[in-house]
Ligand binder design. Structure first.
Ligand code: SAM
Length: 290
């Protein structure tokens, strides 16, 4: 069965009386080379367990099952569960769970897999919920080796941007705290059924084993980043003013200049190490104030 063949996909959908659910971001991959490349590149260790989010009709799951020790797939759409039993029936290393990833306790689900070996994430993500899923994976604190995801090309540009460029934003800085993101390849919209409106890019995030930046207060780091990008056209000091209303302008100027920055610098010029240093300084000032 060739799950990348458009005619086969349509036949399977008809056979199970299914239609593509737009609200679940169902755009299924139909390019065999792309599917194989993702399964190949998603992690380095054959012995890995792969958490897949949104298997669809099992196109990527199939290639992952051939290459990795175990695949655990979470699919929100109940209608696809019998399809997946049909398309993945030959594998005994695939477990499909009918569940919304956002409502899944990943610690509990993956504890046995982590006890057995490395775990990575691989998914062609539903676009309507890309950032919440990525943040859930990162904030889970689970020691994934890699998170390899296919996402909208524009979102990939943002996640992989360098400090000081137009695409660099709060999410870029936050992601850099957790790991190192690289673009693998771009996939044109016509390689999916139904075709989405935009192109997609596969990115791979290698999670830091040991974080290179160690803020004194993690929550303060995220607060600093959020404030810095809250008012993008303003200088960093003015943007921080809106996010830290309990600090005076003098205190903000002193924090920014103590970190070696010009008073007119904009937030988008700071990389994650510089945000960490600034958040430590702001943290100290706030502690001294109470
Ligand atoms: N992996 C398949 C492929 O590459 O052809 C399908 C990818 S499709 C872009 C996204 C899949 O995620 C769909 O199967 C959709 O039903 C599923 N999905 C959407 N929201 C989800 C959620 N919150 N939790 C789990 N699966 C979800």
């Amino acid at each position: 069965m060739n799950l990348c063949d458009i005619k086969t996909v349509k036949q399977i959908m008809n056979m199970f009386h299914l239609t593509f659910h737009k609200e679940f971001g169902q755009n299924f991959l139909t390019d065999r080379m792309v599917v194989e490349d993702i399964a190949e590149e998603c992690c380095t260790d054959e012995n890995s367990t792969i958490l897949e989010i949104g298997p669809g009709i099992g196109t990527l799951t199939y290639e992952l099952a051939l290459r990795r020790r175990q695949v655990i797939s979470l699919e929100i759409d109940r209608g696809l569960i019998p399809v997946l039993s049909y398309t993945l029936g030959e594998f005994d290393n695939v477990r499909v769970i009918n569940k919304d990833v956002m409502e899944t306790d990943l610690q509990e689900l993956l504890a046995p897999a982590f006890a057995e070996g490395p775990v990575s994430v691989c998914a062609n993500l539903p676009y309507y919920i890309t950032t919440p899923i990525l943040m859930k994976l990162l904030e889970s604190g689970l020691p994934f080796d890699y998170i390899t995801i296919m996402i909208q090309a524009e979102v990939a540009d943002r996640l992989c941007a360098k400090a000081g460029t137009k695409d660099y934003g709060a999410i870029t800085a936050v992601l850099a705290y957790y790991g190192e993101a690289e673009k693998l390849f771009t996939v044109p919209a016509d390689r999916f059924i139904p075709a989405p409106k935009v192109n997609s890019t596969v990115i791979r995030i290698r999670l830091h084993r040991e974080k290179p930046c160690k803020p004194k207060n993690e929550a303060m780091l995220f607060r600093t980043i959020k404030a810095a990008f809250g008012q993008r056209r303003k200088t960093l000091i003015n943007a921080l003013g809106a996010g830290f209303s309990e600090l005076t302008r003098e205190e903000l100027v002193s924090a920014v200049t103590a970190c070696g920055h010009d008073v007119n610098i904009r937030g988008e010029r700071l990389d994650i190490a510089q945000f960490t240093a600034l958040s430590d300084r702001l943290n100290e000032i706030l502690i001294q104030k109470v």
